[in-house]
Design a protein around this ligand. Sequence first.
Ligand code: ADP
Length: 418
Amino acid sequence: MIDKTKKYLVWQYTCIIFAISALLFVGCDSIYHYVITHNLEENLADYLNEEYREALDYNLNFHEEIHSSAADATMIQTFSYWILDSKIIHADQPEGTIGKELLDKVLRLDIADRELTRFKLKNQKEIWKFAALATSFTLKGQQGKIVVLMNMTPIEKFTHTYKKIGFIVLFVICLLSYFIALSLANRAIAPIVKMYHRQKDFVSNASHELKTPLGVLMAYSELIETKYGSNAEIDVIKDEVKNMSGLIDDLLYLSKLDSLKTNVKRPPLDILSCLKETIKKFNALANDRKFPITLKTDKQNLTVSLSLGDLERILNVLIENALKYTPKDKHISLEADTDDKKVYIRVIDEGIGIEQKDIAHIFEKFYRADESHNRNISGYGLGLSIAKEIIEQNRGSISVISHPGKGSVFTVEFPAAK
Ligand code: ADP
């Protein structure tokens, strides 16, 4: 129970830590993009407005003017081109091959007024990235276009590096989040673990203390029986003592189950011989039944990684229940089968069955379905919870299909041992 809660907490905390980190990353990335892009776009728009105003002035005093300056991929530079009749009449452009390529690109650029456009240019292994804005203008009655460009290469490079670092940080956080979650889960669960151990110690001590008086009661009942002969009252005392002893054994076993837990892989166990032996034992004990318990299987050999003691305990619980809840003139049978991946053991009875509303609870500790049915049948509702815990510790599972008044089928599955 503690282990499951801890695993659940670790999983939850890991997801929360990771989700918060991822959200922060995405948030920072969006803010960065908004701030940078928005800023640069505004600058570019201002630059375009300046060029447009200049172009209006040129209407009075026009002369061609083309400036070239050194291009540097590592700097945010701006360039401008005035195009009239597919010819550049005014420009502030980069030098060298990138200048020629850019000019060529600008002349071919199909760009709507004031609509931001981005494009790349490959030049001597370097990829240049530009943002462009354009507007129409008229010069001496002729319609032309002004295009302004901004070299975005350094920004894109920085963004790329920053994203790479971000992903690495996210990956590290992802790894660390498991350990952080583990430590948080350990802290959160510590008081529960303490209480759980106290409770287990109490159950174990109380059970041990109760064993002695029950032993004395049984011994004295038997002594009275041998001295004065058997009678109904002594039988009632002996039955109750037996029931109490059974309950104490179950409680002790439950309190030890967690500490018995081990990851040691068990050697393969041939379950068929164990099934046959157990059935033989129960048939000898329940010799007042009309039909003996039978085993149906067409397999010669079925192996699972399980200890003989665990298998016996599981079978005892299921067969004892079948005997308790099945009238003496009805059938009880066992089936064993495999589909190569799993081994199935079924305990089938034609007994009183279990109501649908109870099925979800019968594996809980101390749950007994419909007390009115069970009033005369001894038990404390611990058998199935013990069986389930043993089965799950051995990587198996248990399920039940039941129809009230018709009977029940308990199916236990284990991974088949290779
Ligand atoms: P107990 O039998 O001691 O009450 P269990 O944990 O073994 O405790 O079973 C829990 C409950 O499940 C029982 O009280 C009973 O109501 C129901 N149950 C278990 N096995 C059967 C069965 N074969 N047929 C009908 N009811 C069953």
